[in-house]
Design a protein around this ligand. Structure first.
Ligand SMILES: Nc1ncnc2c1ncn2[C@@H]1O[C@H](COP(=O)(O)OP(=O)(O)OP(=O)(O)O)[C@@H](O)[C@H]1O
Ligand SMILES: [Mg+2]
Length: 169
């Protein structure tokens, strides 16, 4: 995908990924877009649950697999997309994609790589990877940025990475 590599963050278990999401949710601003890529079961929904918690959503966040979009309300709205089952990328237009993106809430898009041509000009992307050699619960999360926006999110991820990681860029 056509975006700029920022750094890599490691998590050792689900709780740590949740905490990372929560940290991001706390600094999320209306209009932000967080793209999530990575294989089935990598942790995209776990990150989303963390973000929800950070923006004060008390409801349980589930995978919107069959609905494509779930909307939650915390301090700001959260638009949770999962485009895995879209028949074709242009079908995002049928669900009013651009009514939600860059608007009054934060948008999270699972499987964002499947709709690459439809993504906005500014977003932060977390690409989550498992490495079975280092254990089932270990994740490498590569952070990318498109455009120059979402400075607070980038700063938060840098802070988190510097405090929790052995890796830096
Ligand atoms: N470090 C970790 N971070 C996140 N999840 C982890 C971690 N270690 C283990 N897990 C487990 O991995 C699974 C991640 O599931 P999750 O539903 O978030 O994946 P997903 O990427 O959303 O998958 P899908 O593509 O099916 O939507 C959960 O069962 C979680 O408990
Ligand atoms: Mg999911």
């Amino acid at each position: 995908m056509n975006d700029k590599y920022i750094r890599t963050i490691e998590t050792q278990n689900e709780q740590e990924t949740l905490a990372l999401g929560k940290f991001m949710g706390k600094v999320a601003n209306p209009g932000d877009t967080i793209c999530l890529t990575g294989d089935l079961g990598s942790g995209k929904t776990v990150i989303t649950r963390g973000v929800a918690c950070g923006i004060g959503i008390n409801e349980g966040v589930t995978s919107p697999t069959f609905t494509l979009l779930n909307i939650y309300y915390g301090h700001i709205p959260m638009y949770h997309f999962d485009v895995y089952r879209l028949e074709s990328p242009e079908n995002v237009l049928d669900i009013g994609f651009y009514d939600y993106i860059g608007n009054d809430g934060v948008a999270l898009i699972e499987w964002a790589d499947l709709i690459e041509d439809y993504l906005p000009s500014e977003y932060v992307r977390l690409d989550i990877k498992r490495d079975f050699e280092t254990g089932n619960d270990h994740r490498m999360i590569d952070i990318y940025q498109k455009g120059e926006g979402m400075k607070e999110t980038i700063d938060a991820l840098e802070r988190w990475g510097n405090e929790h990681d052995h890796i830096s860029s």
